[in-house]
Write a protein that binds this ligand. Structure first.
Ligand code: SF4
Length: 739
């Protein structure tokens, strides 16, 4: 047996963790936890025995080392790459900048690790050069930024926008970012120096390839369509932060079209910028005209007329009919949205399409007619412009063709995308939604932008995930601090395609490791029992006093976590001035970017962060910077979300109970995530305040409580709860000034 086929030696790897082993030598005080060693054994087993391991490891287990070390030894021994996928940048950074360098140093190993990013993150040198040629057409700021990017592009070893010392505008990046459909690959004159293809080569050589879940599922979607991957082929996968992969997979495997996306795409052809037209069409015309300084020959006149009159006219008509079509979708959704629903996000409309909607007159007349007009006009634009490009290919000199090669590629990419949208809408209009699909129309209005999106998503991803990932791959490890609900993996297995209907039971390994933290000493869970139910009118007004009082007790350094933007904003406006009066500093999600908001929160004592959905998870604020987390409501999914409603109906159809089989376990996973924000290290201390009394009054409330690690609880009146909080902080922090 050669070494490449020999199994990993579990005992030998575990010996590395002994007191006289290399990890202790490399880091005095290196802490080993039994849970970590046990998880490492599971990882070794999953690699050796080609298993799918489903592991819940509580915060502080040290799970990243527990999977990295076997993954690295496996990759080195077999020469097979291992892909590690995470949800958050924070974890990617931890793996790349901290954990892997530590392992390399401690074990004296040298191997290639690559952090793979999506193509759109890289600057495309060809597009950048083309845009530089038209510098005069850009506004002053864009032109200046582009010149900086050009000199950066010559020095950068990375080539992605996150390596730039400034944030380029979205509009500029659209002009110069790499795109698969505007890339001629080996035929591109810049192929050898192309940042994206260099990175791809690096990724192909990497032993450990780090990606995020979005890229992993974009790759999966791409493989499904084209048989080719964006990532190099792989057979071994580790999915960390695996608790939300169903949602991420659903988002990336869905087909979509949005009015703003189509407008952006069409504006690449032509846009009126400050009186001077810019865009690929005007650039193409300019190039043709300037190729004939003595006057454009007659043979080319017809082409110029076609581009100026016909194509331009069709482009305008396509834009007008696009707006009519999407506006008719929006109006239809607005008129058919269920009335009396708790519309917390008043400015957004979401309508799940049902069979009955296809029978409505408005669908068959207004929506269908406008959409078909748009489809027809769009197709005529594509045909006419493609015809013009063909004419150019036949009539243009070789110099002209060379000079316009990039432009023609960009125009073809625009047309390819438009064609994709037209095909999608054609399907979207058809009655008879396939069994495993859910379709919806959604529109959102902000002060500056109205967007309308059409979405066609897979209702149940169990089959796709098991057939595309878990069954074909040799081994997969899924881990997270929150995968079980009510003490088992039933929910995660069913949703992800890991139950016996989809995966051979013998291939699955399930383990739960509790957090090594002592929640009983480190945290206190407080539940007032005299607040109204969150379903009652005036709940927020009633809670505002205890929110304020709790922030005073903790002296800020608190997260107030909500389940909807509407509630978050209302609470913020109710409390903002009162908090300032107490020298507490409120921050609200949306005020700055997520990372900026977190930086401000961490760096300013007495801050209070009002956050929703994304702040319930993936946020790591260790130490005294966070000493209070308030969970305002149990995080049941917002009613009216088409995908959730469709999942609920599907369970009902099969005779199940959607509340206990879907709504409750999803909420428990989220609740555990929210709870988990508080204690990140073994010295962290703090309180969790849950303002939703359903957790103690409803039968299902126990399921939330039983899903938490053992923690002391105080259930009582608001006064009792606040007194207990005060006593906890006094004892813990010994702050004489604690209120
Ligand atoms: S190879 Fe593709 S991505 Fe790279 S510079 Fe050329 S066109 Fe751009």
């Amino acid at each position: 047996m050669n070494s490449a086929t020999q199994p990993l030696d579990e005992e030998w790897i575990l010996d590395l963790f002994k007191d006289d082993g290399p990890f202790h030598a490399a880091m005095p005080g290196f802490e080993v936890r039994q849970e970590q060693l046990d998880m490492l054994r599971d990882t070794v087993r999953s690699f050796n025995e080609k298993k799918v391991a489903l592991i819940e490891a509580g915060t502080g287990t040290g799970k990243s080392l527990a999977y990295l070390i076997p993954a690295i030894f496996f990759a080195l021994r077999t020469n097979e790459r291992v892909v590690i996928s995470t949800h958050t940048i924070h974890l990617q950074e931890q793996l790349v900048a901290k954990d892997i360098p530590f392992i390399k140093k401690a074990l004296g190993l040298d191997f290639k690790v690559v952090l793979a990013k999506g193509m759109g993150n890289y600057v495309c040198i060809r597009k950048m050069k083309d845009t530089l040629d038209e510098l005069v057409l850009l506004d002053v700021n864009e032109a200046e930024a582009l010149q900086h990017i050009e000199s950066w592009s010559e020095k950068t070893t990375d080539g992605t926008k996150s390596d730039l010392p400034f944030h380029p505008s979205g509009a500029l990046w659209e002009k110069i970012g790499a795109e698969s459909d505007a890339c001629s690959r080996e035929k591109c004159p810049y192929y050898r120096e192309c940042h994206f293809f260099k990175a791809r080569k690096e990724a192909a050589d990497a032993k450990i390839l780090i990606v995020n879940h979005s890229l992993l599922f974009v790759d999966l979607a791409y493989r499904r369509e084209t048989q080719n991957g964006i990532l190099p082929d792989y057979a071994r996968l580790v999915l960390d932060e695996a608790h939300n992969i169903e949602e991420i997979a659903c988002e990336h495997l869905a087909s979509k079209a949005s009015i703003q996306g189509v407008i952006r795409n069409l504006s690449r052809l032509h846009v009126e910028g400050r009186g001077k037209p810019t865009g690929k069409l005007s650039q193409l015309l300019q190039k043709i005209i300037s190729a004939y300084p003595g006057g454009v020959p007659e043979s080319m006149q017809a082409l110029i007329t076609k581009l100026t009159i016909d194509v331009n006219g069709l482009r305008k008509e396509t834009l007008t009919t696009l707006i009519d079509a999407f506006e008719s979708f929006r109006e239809f959704a607005e008129n058919h949205q269920e009335k009396g629903k708790d519309k917390e996000e008043e400015l957004s409309v979401k309508l799940r399409l049902l069979k009955t909607h296809h029978e409505k007159e408005a669908w068959n007349t207004v929506v269908s007619t406008h959409s078909k007009t748009f489809i027809d006009t769009g197709r005529r634009l594509i045909a006419t412009l493609k015809g013009s490009l063909e004419d150019l290919g036949n009539l243009g000199s070789s110099q002209l063709l060379e000079a316009t090669a990039g432009l023609r590629l960009d125009i073809e990419a625009v047309l390819g995308r438009l064609e994709g949208v037209l095909n999608f809408i054609t399907q979207f209009l058809l009655p008879g939604i396939p069994e495993n699909k859910v379709r919806w129309i959604e529109s959102s209005d902000t002060k500056s932008l109205r967007d309308v999106r059409l979405v066609d998503a897979e209702l149940d991803l169990a089959n796709t995930l098991s057939s595309k990932l878990f069954n074909p791959l040799s081994s997969v490890l899924l881990c997270s601090a929150t995968l079980t609900t009510d003490g088992d993996f039933k929910f995660a297995k069913r949703r992800l395609g890991l139950s016996e209907d989809f995966l051979d039971e013998k291939k699955l390994l399930e383990k739960v490791y509790l957090s090594p933290f002592s929640y009983e000493n480190q945290a206190l869970l407080l539940i007032p029992n005299d607040l109204p139910s969150p379903l009652e009118e005036g709940f927020l007004e009633h809670t505002s006093q205890i929110l304020l009082e709790s922030a005073i007790r903790s002296q800020g350094n608190a997260f107030f976590l909500f389940t909807s933007f509407g509630q978050m904003h209302r609470a913020y406006h109710l409390l903002k001035d009162k908090l300032h009066e107490k020298r507490l500093f409120p921050l609200i999600q949306g005020e700055f970017s997520r990372s900026e908001l977190l930086n401000r929160f961490k760096n300013k004592e007495r801050s209070i962060l009002f956050g929703t959905d994304s702040f319930w998870e993936g946020v790591d604020v260790a130490g005294d910077a966070l000493r209070l987390v308030v969970l305002v409501k149990l995080p049941f999914r917002v009613p009216g979300e088409p995908i959730n409603e469709a999942r609920r109906d599907e369970i009902l159809k099969k005779g199940g109970d959607p509340f206990f089989e879907y709504a409750l376990p999803s909420a428990i996973v989220k609740f555990k995530q929210g709870f988990g924000r508080l204690i990140r290290r073994k010295n962290d201390r703090g309180c969790i305040l849950c303002l939703d009394k359903r957790i103690i009054q409803k039968g299902y409330g126990q399921s939330f409580l039983l899903s938490l690690p053992p923690v002391n609880k105080v259930i009582g009146s608001q006064k009792e709860v606040l007194d207990s909080m005060k006593a906890f902080y006094k004892k813990t922090y010994k702050y004489s000034k604690m209120a």
